[in-house]
Structures are given as structure tokens and as C-alpha cells.
Design a protein around this ligand. Structure first.
Ligand code: PEP
Ligand code: MG
Length: 594
């Protein structure tokens, strides 16, 4: 057809969230459409077989939900999740839903998957017309039930995204970590999405998988089709569709330059992060999956500064048990090549996932039942995790860190439960490591205000700037419409960080930073000036940060910080810091001319 020649090159600008350049073919991912095959049934007897197949899938779906309900009931986690499951079971048994699907198979002669999809689509139309917001939102229950039937029709738990042998660039409206977990990651060359911000979890996942990504493109998923040619420049935040030969060539050159630059930087990975006047900072790696540990070591992490354990819950049909947790922690604690491991207890809720519960149903999930709040409510789940962490602690130096602590009660309660679990393990003769430190994440403004009291309870602080900035500046970190306000150099943010470091050091405890700010080269001198003890970041960012640290002095960093602290306007601070960094490190901060 030669249709590719007819398509015009176009460029879209979004938010660069994971560096690198990729040139490839589009795979348009639509979560609801994903992997719903369509085929015509060629013989009448196949129609009856197909109906039976649909009915079997209904039965399997119901059994799975009943099993899940039993498991959740045993955990005693309150009635609401059980009601939700009941609703899904009712949908599976709804005669109208069943009749309509069977009619689709019979009258249209299509396979059961497609027939289910058509039924769900019909309900979507009906629900979309409802005036009542709450009722309209209930469509998600039907969608969920439909997805479960589809999964059972396919004979597998979840659809797996077919990325083909060559690899593809995934384009989507939004990608949850759960979606990415379904992909054959080694075949995904890049991501581009309509929504998202720099610190949305999808962006973090893309970075940790070393996949170039651009988010916040607003309309990319409506602008391209599967198999279109596409270029993603994850460093500049550009997406180029249907590149003409000249543009393609330019990007092929850029791509090889970028890869060479990365190799050069890797020389810094193995060197210590010490300034020229001898100030040493420890460098942690942030990981979501234990599979990232080799990359953390290769890129020069001294230890794991943040293991986001909620990713253990990703893409699962049933809750992980103690042995699942233990297997994970055993591959993080005491690993050769890493001096310590910081395990953060799970931070579920907000934009994060949970099997068969939908925490994001809350109106304000970021302010809702997430992280430590969720753990203290779901005590049994929390204890399962703590038991496994403690059991893994015999392997090496371990730091346990609690997320979203907002006041003294929460840390005391978390510690009390930890001690209780510890006592139970010891009573059973199960050994526990000697080198356990307990810390809190400082990511809620109130924690900064009561930092002195918190410091008396713990061995370390770790500043989670992603959330701290979100809460102190009142900016939803995943809302691309307010990304422009998300500003780590806001004087309020800098003052809060300074306060935390001062209080921590006065109390004689270690102060780390594990938010994305720690891995941003433009901020390195500021963070050195603040005298953080540890910077923990995406492993890919480590070599460049080490290069900057090794090229600077504590003295000049403090100097820069003092000048910055006197400026009250965020934009002036930014201009000042960027100019200073460009002058000091021209190689690292060249203006990226086209
Ligand atoms: C943070 O909030 O800065 C942080 C490191 O935690 P997360 O990004 O997982 O919320
Ligand atoms: Mg956080």
C-alpha cells in the first residue's frame, strides 16, 4: 500500500522521564482491548462448544472469587473487600449479562472472548449515560468481572502483552505498573503515554528498567496506530511519529552518541562518592524488583537505599505469603557487592496496586489509606511482611523503613508491632540478625515539624522528596496539569530538607534522601551542601552523580547552598543553580542543541 510514505512526520513534546533514544514500531496498548481476539465460528457445532466454553469460564471465575473471599475473610481485613467480591460474583451470575453474551455468540457467530467484550461494551454505554457519579463509577465492577472471564477464557490468569520478536514501543493512555509487569520487558523498547508526571510510578518503573520513556503527551494514544514508525527521545521528552529518512538518520546518530556517553560514565560507577576535599556520601540504589540488583551493583550503588516492597504485590491473583516475601528479602539482604539493604515496608494505596482491592477508589487516594496507615489497619498483612523481613535479617546489614509516617503514634505503633513479631520469632527459636536499624521516611510535612520527637525513636531518616514535595506544595505528583508547579528547588522544600538534616544530625542519626531529587545532577551540589549522609537513587543515575560529586568540594557546595537559601523566588533559584552548574560542569550540562 505504501501507506507509511503518506503519513507525515510529527513531533509531540511531553515530560522526559527515562533517558535514552529508541527507534522502533508502535504497539498501541489499550488495557481493556488488550488481547481480545476475534474470530468467526465456522461450523454450527462450534457455536455450542463456544457457549460451553463461556459457561466454564464463568464457573472458574466464580470459584476463584469465592476462594479469594475466603482468603480475605480469614485475614479479617474488614467487610468492604468482601462486599466488592460479592458484587463481582453477582455480575457473573446475572442472567442478562449471560444471555446477552450467549446471544452474541449465537447470532453473530463470534468467539466467546469477543462476545464478552461486546456485552461489557454495551454496559459501558448504558452506564456512561447515568447521571449519578457513583452509579456511573460502578461500571468498573462489570469491567473487572469481564476481565476475569476473559482471563479464564484464555486459560491464563492475565493477558500477556504480545511484543513480538523484534520488540515494540508501547504507546498507551496510561500504564500502571501492573500493565508493565505483563509485558515481556526485554522486548519493550520504550514507552510513551498520555498522562503521568516525573515521579509517577510508571515513570519510576521505566527508569529502573532502563527503558526510554516520555509521559504527559496528552494525545499520543489517539495519534498513532500499531505498527507505525516512532522515535522516543526520553532525554529530551520528544516523540516523533512517522519519521522521514532524514530525521531517522539524525536520531540514529544521536542514539549512538548517547550510548557512548553512557559507557564513558560507567567508569565512575566503581569509584567512591567523595568530594575533592574529602567529604564522603553513601550512594544507595532504589529498586522495585530484586532483578534490578545486578544493575544497582553495576552502576555503583554502595547499598540498597530503597526497596519498594509493594511491587511484590504486583500482578498477583492472591496475596503473597510469608515465604513469598522471604524469598524476595533473601535476595536483597546481605548480597555480595552491597553493604546494606533498606527495605521499606509496603506502601500500598495512592497510585499503587493491590490484588483484587481497588484502593484508588478513594476520592483522594494520595491522602487516603496508604502506606503505614494501611499497614496499621491491615495488621495481619503487615505482620506477615515484618516476619519475613526479620527472618531475612540474619543474612546481613538491614534497615527497615516505614513510609508516610506523619506523627509519633504511627512510628511507636509500627515499632511495637515489629517488637511483637520479633518476640514471637525468638520464642520459636527463629534467629534474627544483630544489625537491624529502624528508620522513617520523611515525606509528610508534619513529620518534619515533629522530626525531633521522631528522631528519638529511630536510627535514621530518609527523605522521600517525591511525596514531600507533593504534600508541601499541594501538587498531585501524577497530574500532568500541575507538573510545572512540582519544584524541588522551591524555598519551602529546601528549608524543610535543611531542617530535617539539622534535626537528624543533632540527634546523632543518619539522614538519607531517596526521592527522585537525589538522582538529579542539577541538585547534587545543593544536596552536598545540605550534608545528607546518603543519596539513594535510580541506579542508572549513579555514575553521573558520582562524577559530579568527585569533581566538586563540600566548601563550594555549602557556598552555593548559602546563596540559594537567601533567594526567595523559585524561578530565580532555578536560574541561579542551573547557571552555576553549567559553569562548573560544562560537559554535563551543555545546552542540548538540535
Ligand atoms: C518518595 O516519596 O520520595 C519516595 C521515595 O517514595 P515513593 O516514590 O515510593 O512514594
Ligand atoms: Mg513516597
Amino acid at each position: 500500500m505504501g501507506s507509511d510514505e503518506q503519513k507525515k512526520t510529527f513531533v509531540m513534546k511531553g515530560i522526559p522521564v527515562s533517558p535514552g533514544i529508541v527507534i522502533g514500531k508502535v504497539y498501541l496498548f489499550d488495557r481493556e482491548d488488550a488481547q481480545v481476539p476475534l474470530y468467526k465460528l465456522d461450523a454450527p457445532e462450534r457455536i455450542e462448544e463456544e457457549i460451553q466454553r463461556f459457561q466454564r469460564a464463568l464457573g472458574e471465575s466464580e470459584n476463584q472469587l469465592l476462594e479469594l473471599k475466603k482468603q480475605l475473610g480469614d485475614l479479617g481485613g474488614g467487610m468492604e473487600p468482601l462486599y466488592i467480591i460479592d458484587v463481582h460474583i453477582m455480575i457473573l451470575k446475572d442472567q442478562k449479562f449471560i444471555d446477552r453474551t450467549i446471544r452474541n455468540i449465537r447470532e453473530l457467530g463470534v468467539n466467546a472472548e469477543w462476545a464478552v467484550r461486546m456485552t461489557v461494551d454495551r454496559y459501558r454505554e448504558i452506564f456512561a449515560q447515568m447521571k449519578d457519579d457513583y452509579l456511573r463509577g460502578r461500571f468498573s465492577d462489570i469491567q473487572y468481572a469481564g476481565q476475569r472471564i476473559l482471563a479464564n477464557l484464555g486459560g491464563r490468569k492475565r493477558p500477556i502483552i504480545d511484543t513480538g520478536a523484534e520488540g515494540v514501543v508501547i504507546i498507551a493512555s496510561d500504564l500502571s505498573p501492573d500493565d508493565t509487569a505483563q509485558m515481556k520487558i526485554d522486548k519493550v523498547l520504550g514507552f510513551a503515554t498520555d498522562v503521568g508526571g516525573k515521579t509517577s510510578h510508571t515513570a519510576i518503573v521505566a527508569r529502573s528498567l532502563e527503558i526510554p520513556a516520555v509521559v504527559g503527551l496528552e494525545t499520543i494514544s489517539r495519534s498513532v496506530r500499531t505498527n507505525d514508525d516512532i522515535i522516543i527521545d526520553g532525554s529530551a521528552g520528544l516523540v516523533i511519529a512517522h519519521p522521514d529518512p532524514e530525521v531517522r538518520k539524525r536520531y540514529e546518530d544521536k542514539k549512538s552518541l548517547y550510548e557512548k556517553a553512557q559507557d564513558d560514565l560507567l567508569d565512575y560507577a566503581k569509584l567512591p562518592a567523595v568530594t575533592r576535599d574529602g567529604y564522603a556520601v553513601e550512594i544507595g540504589g532504589n529498586i522495585e524488583f530484586v532483578e534490578e540488583i545486578p544493575s544497582a551493583i553495576a552502576h555503583g550503588a554502595d547499598g540498597i537505599g530503597l526497596y519498594r516492597t509493594e511491587f511484590i504485590y504486583i500482578n498477583r491473583e492472591v496475596l503473597p505469603d510469608e515465604e513469598d516475601h522471604l524469598a524476595n528479602y533473601r535476595s536483597v539482604v546481605g548480597v555480595k557487592g552491597l553493604s546494606w539493604a533498606t527495605i521499606r515496608t509496603f506502601d500500598l494505596g495512592g497510585d499503587k496496586f493491590f490484588p483484587d482491592r481497588k484502593p484508588s477508589r478513594e476520592l483522594n487516594p494520595q491522602l487516603g489509606l496508604r502506606a503505614i496507615r494501611f499497614c496499621l489497619k491491615e495488621m495481619e498483612l503487615f505482620k506477615v511482611q515484618l516476619r519475613a523481613i526479620l527472618r531475612a535479617s540474619v543474612q546481613g546489614k538491614l534497615r527497615i523503613m516505614f513510609p508516610m509516617i506523619s506523627g509519633i503514634e504511627e512510628i511507636r505503633e509500627a515499632k511495637r508491632i515489629l517488637m511483637e513479631v520479633k518476640g514471637e520469632l525468638l520464642a520459636k527459636g527463629i534467629p534474627i540478625g544483630q544489625e537491624i536499624e529502624i528508620g522513617v521516611m520523611i515525606e509528610v510535612p508534619s513529620a518534619v515539624i515533629v522530626a525531633e520527637e521522631l528522631a528519638a525513636e529511630v536510627d535514621f531518616f530518609s527523605i522521600g522528596t517525591n511525596d514531600l514535595i507533593q504534600y508541601v506544595l499541594a501538587i498531585d505528583r501524577i497530574n500532568e496539569r500541575v507538573t510545572y508547579l512540582y519544584e524541588p528547588l522551591h524555598p519551602a522544600v529546601l528549608r524543610l530538607i535543611r531542617q530535617v538534616v539539622d534535626i537528624g544530625h543533632r540527634a546523632g542519626i543518619r539522614v538519607a534522601m531517596c526521592g527522585e531529587m537525589a538522582g538529579e545532577p542539577a541538585y547534587t551540589l545543593i544536596l552536598l551542601g545540605l550534608e545528607l549522609d546518603e543519596l539513594s537513587m535510580n541506579p542508572l543515575a549513579i555514575p553521573r552523580i558520582k562524577k559530579i560529586i568527585r569533581g566538586s568540594t563540600l566548601k563550594e557546595s555549602k557556598n552555593l547552598l548559602e546563596q540559594v537559601m537567601k533567594i526567595s523566588s523559585t524561578s530565580e533559584i532555578r536560574a541561579f543553580v542551573e547557571t552555576a552548574m553549567r559553569e562548573r560542569f560544562p560537559e554535563e550540562f551543555q545546552v542540548n542543541g538540535q
